[in-house]
Structures are given as structure tokens and as C-alpha cells.
Design a protein around this ligand. Sequence first.
Ligand code: CO
Ligand code: CO
Ligand code: CO
Length: 323
Amino acid sequence: MAKALAPLPLEKHPQLLVGTETADDAGVYKIAEDTALVQTIDLITPIVDDAFLFGQIAAANSLSDIYAMGGRPLTAMNIICFPRLSLDISVLTEILQGGLEKVHEAGAVLMGGHTVEDAELKYGLAVTGTVHPQKIITNKGAQLGDVLILTKPLGTGIISTAQKAGLAETEALEAAARQMVALNNQAAQAMGECQAHACTDITGFGLLGHAVEMARGCGFSLRLFYEQIPFLPKVKNYAASGLVPGGAYCNEGHFGSEIFWGEKIPSLEKIILFDPQTSGGLLIALPKEQSQKLLELLLKKGVRDATLIGEVIPREKYSIIVA
Ligand code: CO
Ligand code: CO
Ligand code: CO
């Protein structure tokens, strides 16, 4: 997307507060002194076998970018690519039921949608939310000395690859599903009660790709504490068996030159940090003094896997140091 957009002029408008310039999670447009619209769209191919569960996951994934900007979702529209000839329409009904449940859980309203016929099933939402113009949290505001908190464990891409190979264990599948259906609403609320400087959700670029964008945005480097990074069950085993999605290698190709690896990181495990996530957690940069408060709030709100995984350090040659 960034490559395709590059030849086009950058969209500029006095009310456009966040556009395409920083690869941020959603666009933000000011409509009043105290209100800005946050808008995003995302759709994905099935990542689980169950249609209702897929609908829930796709919707949670689409809603996430609103939360990553510090916003609150108001309205959603279904966007569907459906293979009418090969799939029964009842499958689509189940998907939409799952999506609707998540829209309601988010406190938003479904107001329509659009379907096109396509050989491959895809589903997601276009979501509109609001945020106070002074409370927008972009991916570029991290400050020196901030710590980084990640709110969900990693590995959904690897577990889905293991599932497609028929090798995923129930424990791993259930843990991955639980994380993917979980909205980032509680995490965003907790973040809103602290003075977060930057936030992004971890999706297709994997932890390291999104971390590189956060580092580029603030001009500092990020140090990640490898031992602290939370993983879903069995992910390391699957990665060691080569059950790694192609997207992880794409991400490594794109962002690998910006990563410095400490000696202790097992080379087999490096690829996990590039694993593309579906409906991943928030990566939040905030002052060190507030990290305990945020972690406690997260725990209180049921975000149990949130972990402090790194810090913002003076700019080094590499954007990210994994040590
Ligand atoms: Co995002
Ligand atoms: Co997105
Ligand atoms: Co239409």
C-alpha cells in the first residue's frame, strides 16, 4: 500500500489531523473543536474454520485500529467478498452474526455494508469512531525514556499456519482464538487513563514491523527485552518445525535491516517476532513512572497478558535492538 501510494501527492487539508504520511492505524478528521472522526477499514481471509468465530475475529481486528488511536467506535459497516458458487449463504449469515456480536460489544452500531462476489472469502468492517483532537494517540509520539507495554501475546500467524497443516494442538488453537476475539477496548480504556505518548496495534507487520514504524515516527530507537515478550502456547515449537507464514518472511525482508539482535536470541526464534498478527494487542509507549499504573489497570480490566517488553532509548544505528 505504501509503495502504491508513493507516486501520489500527500493528501493535505486543515482538518485532516492524521493522514497517510506516518503509516498510522486510522485516519483522523476534525469536525469540531472537541471532536474528530477516526476512520478505518480492514478485511481478512478466514483464519479459523468456524464461521461465527471468524466473524468475531475479523470484526475485532477491524475495530482495533480505532482503539489504537485512542478513539471510541460509533458505527460500522460490513465489507464482504463472497464466493457465492462454492459457499452456502448460511455461512455468510454466521460470519455476520459473529461480526455483529463484536460491533455490539464495542458499543457501536452496524449501519450497512457491501458485498462483492469473489473467488476467495474475505470479511471485515469499515469503522467510524470519535476522539478528542487533543487526545489522539498516534504511532509517532514516543519519548525518550518511555517504556513499551504489549497487551496480547504473539503467534497467531504461526498457530494458524500450524492449523492449516493439521498440526495445531487444541491448547494453542484455543489460546489464539481467545486472543483474537478479544477487543482492544479495555486496553484502550486503560491507556486513556494514563498519559500514553504513542500507540499502535500489532497486525500484519508483526511486532518488529510495527515497532520499526514507532521508532521511525519518534526518531529514537527501541530496545526490546526478548525474555519478557509474551508468546502464545506452542508457538516456539511450531516455528522450530518451520510452521511459519510467508508473511513473516516478507516482514523480515522489509524490516530485518533495521533490527540488531543480541547474541542470546536463538536464531530459530527471531522469525516469531516478525509473525503477522490478526487482531493483535496494543503496543503502548508511556512514561516509565506510569507503567505500574497501566499494568494494574490492564489487569483489573481483564487484560491479563499485558507485559512491559521494552523501552525508548537514544537513537542508535538500528531502529530496534532486541536483547
Ligand atoms: Co493498526
Ligand atoms: Co490496520
Ligand atoms: Co454498495
